[in-house]
Design a binder for this molecule. Structure first.
Ligand code: NDP
Length: 251
């Protein structure tokens, strides 16, 4: 089996990388179950894809029961679960001295607990199948620490450790674990920035950047979708553990 007919759950499918991946995998014949909080956005993507091979359900990844319900839906509707793609994430970014407890809690709950909720719900099904692939969107920020980004970095480093632990624990069950680590991608993630100074500095910087420079510094969501599709397309004996994808000019 390549991508065609594989049953793929995408958590965080309503915009950006998740939505682009849904469109690409659908075009290659995958059966999709899409989750995120913004149900109307999921409905738009599902109707654009069309046909019986895509369903969606409003899901908040911070709620373990909602994540389990999303994953169970794949088995109910399509009979199995080949791939779980944990893609939901936010990036508020702030200095530690700002002590933004609310942001820290949200980041940790979405970026780390959301991934753990997905793993917990998918593993019993995948162990029973003796087959399965769990992909998580990590980040270059899970490999390199940036200023004013300690907590976001911390969540992405944690995800890298969790996914490697998953690989070690489950490799003999035929379950593969992959992180895809993008550099800068042009998506709605910036709207989750809760840092007016940083937002203003970035807006100012982008005003002076030519289209050509932008092209070399910012990826499209489709560039990451291509990487995810490559991972999904591999046969069972091939385990891709980490793909780092930077725009060419990124440090
Ligand atoms: P978007 O903001 O476009 O997408 C984020 C997705 O996560 C949306 O579908 C959003 O859906 C979902 N999401 C956020 N919170 C929750 C929640 N509580 N429950 C369910 N879904 C949630 O940004 P990107 O496409 O850029 O982000 C996707 C992933 O890529 C994130 O994990 C991000 O950290 C990572 N990444 C992004 C980079 C970039 O430069 N853009 C670089 C490196 C990594 P909704 O709001 O409808 O719930």
């Amino acid at each position: 089996m390549t991508i065609e007919n594989k049953v793929v759950v995408i958590a965080g499918a309503s915009s950006g990388i998740g939505a682009a991946t849904a469109r690409l995998l659908a075009s290659k014949g995958a059966k999709l179950v899409l989750g995120a909080r913004r149900e109307e956005r999921l409905a738009e993507i599902a109707s654009e894809i069309g046909g019986d091979n895509v369903i969606y359900q409003a899901t908040d990844v911070t709620d373990k029961d909602q994540v389990k319900a999303l994953i169970d839906l794949a088995v109910e509707k399509f009979g199995r679960l080949d791939v779980l793609y944990n893609n939901a994430g936010i990036m508020p970014r702030e200095k530690l001295a700002d002590a933004k407890f609310e942001n820290w809690e949200k980041e940790i709950n979405i970026n780390i607990m959301g991934v753990l909720h997905g793993i917990a719900a998918a593993l019993p099904i995948m162990q029973e199948q003796n087959d399965g692939l769990i992909i998580t969107t990590d980040s270059v920020a899970g490999h390199v620490v940036y200023p004013e980004s300690a907590v976001y970095n911390g969540t992405k480093y944690a995800v890298r450790a969790i996914m490697e632990g998953l690989r070690q624990e489950e490799r003999l069950h035929g379950i593969r674990s992959t992180i895809v680590s993008p550099g800068s991608v042009g998506t709605e993630l910036m709207s989750t920035l809760d840092n007016p100074e940083m937002q203003a500095a970035m807006d100012e910087m982008f005003k002076h950047v030519s289209q050509e420079e932008m092209r070399m510094n910012v990826l499209d969501p489709e560039d990451i979708a291509n990487a995810v599709a490559y991972v999904v397309d591999q046969p069972k004996h091939v385990s891709i553990t980490d793909m780092i994808i930077r725009p060419t000019a990124q440090e």
